[in-house]
Design a binder for this molecule. Structure first.
Ligand SMILES: Nc1ncnc2c1ncn2[C@@H]1O[C@H](COP(=O)(O)OP(=O)(O)OP(=O)(O)O)[C@@H](O)[C@H]1O
Ligand SMILES: [Mg+2]
Length: 321
């Protein structure tokens, strides 16, 4: 499969601030790449360079086979972009904004109007579509901005934090839209601060910190880097806690963590669901009553914490959006 996006050694400085410091990534056609990182990691800067809005100080990148600097003009016809810097005209209605995008991409008047209606419907903006955008809520603006990126179904789509500020319903509907586009061969690069989103949508994830990728892989590969699964159990008495420890010691691949007041034990294991089944078998054979049992895989939050030494949302909490 050819790569739809390739970036190598991208550097971008703003005075003393190094926004990108050797950013690289490759995205095969028809796949979703998730750029995951905290505020200031360099996600938007990367997107801006890849969408020709900003020139890198060093390094190079190609999108749809075109150089983002030398072939910038030609490239623009092949990409769609939505994000933190995208402009919608406040004085126009939602429908007019989308029609304008359609006309920019040379859709005829009729087709542009039709496409605008389809997208308004899709993003739950049908009723608001004939009102000026200046009266829209933040979430409505985000949805309109996303709709704008989809007017011409470009082969490569860049979505900068597409679901930030959306309610759960709008978020779920956007996830559906993205999945449908990818099924028809669209390549998507999305940035996100949400582990869940990268996990759910991206074929491969690049974890970014300080302007470069610090880890790369599928969600499962990244989780494996952090290490193992854990069985979490709770029992009904302190005596049972001791019995659990004794019974499951042969299964544990590290130290068990015991929370005595909560009557809970966490046991590091390998082998996922099989280990859980085995453990429950042993406990039943020993006549130990288990109140609750589950298998916990590391989340991408755990991955982020392990890789960067800080939590992904530590900085986010400080940010007022
Ligand atoms: N126009 C600019 N002028 C000066 N510094 C900038 C500019 N744009 C970005 N930076 C700096 O470059 C770094 C990377 O910013 P960028 O916007 O790419 O991060 P991000 O990962 O998109 O963050 P966020 O999650 O907050 O959107 C930050 O330190 C930021 O302050
Ligand atoms: Mg950003």
């Amino acid at each position: 499969m050819p790569d739809a996006i390739v970036a190598e050694g991208l550097v971008k400085k703003y005075g003393d601030v190094v926004a990108l410091d050797g950013m690289e990534l490759t995205v095969p056609e028809g796949t979703v790449f998730g750029l995951l990182g905290p505020n200031g990691a360099g996600k938007t800067t990367t997107v801006r360079i890849l969408t020709t809005l900003l020139k890198p100080d060093a390094g190079y990148a190609k999108v749809a086979g075109l150089d983002v600097v030398r072939d910038a003009r030609r490239l623009r016809a092949h990409i769609g972009v939505s994000g933190q810097y995208a402009a919608v005209d406040d004085h126009l209605t939602g429908a007019e904004n989308l029609e304008m995008v359609g006309r920019l991409y040379h859709l005829g008047v009729k087709r542009a109007k039709q496409r605008a209606r389809e997208l308004l419907e899709r993003f739950d903006l049908t009723e608001a579509g004939d009102r000026p955008v200046q009266g829209y809520s933040g979430g409505m603006r985000r949805r309109l901005d996303l709709a704008g990126a989809l007017v011409v179904s470009p082969p490569v789509l860049f979505l900068d934090e597409p679901t930030t500020g959306l309610d759960p319903r709008a978020r779920a509907s956007l996830w559906d839209v993205i999945s449908e586009l990818v099924a028809t061969g669209t390549t998507v690069l999305l940035t996100t601060q949400y582990m869940e989103e990268a996990d759910r949508l991206a074929d491969r994830i690049g974890v970014v910190d300080h302007g470069h990728v610090i880890a790369l892989g599928t969600a499962d590969e990244l989780k494996d880097q952090v290490g193992g699964d854990r069985i979490e159990l709770s029992v009904t008495s302190v005596a049972d806690l001791a019995a659990v420890r004794r019974t499951l010691a042969p299964l544990a691949v590290g130290d068990m963590q015991v929370d005595a007041p909560a009557l809970r034990v966490a046991i590091p294991v390998t082998g996922g669901a099989t280990a859980l089944t085995t453990a429950l078998g042993h406990l039943i054979a020993e006549g130990i009553a288990v109140r609750d049992a589950g298998l916990r895989r590391p989340t991408l939050d755990d991955v982020f914490l392990t890789l960067t030494g800080h939590e992904a949302d530590e900085k986010i909490k400080e940010t007022v959006r």
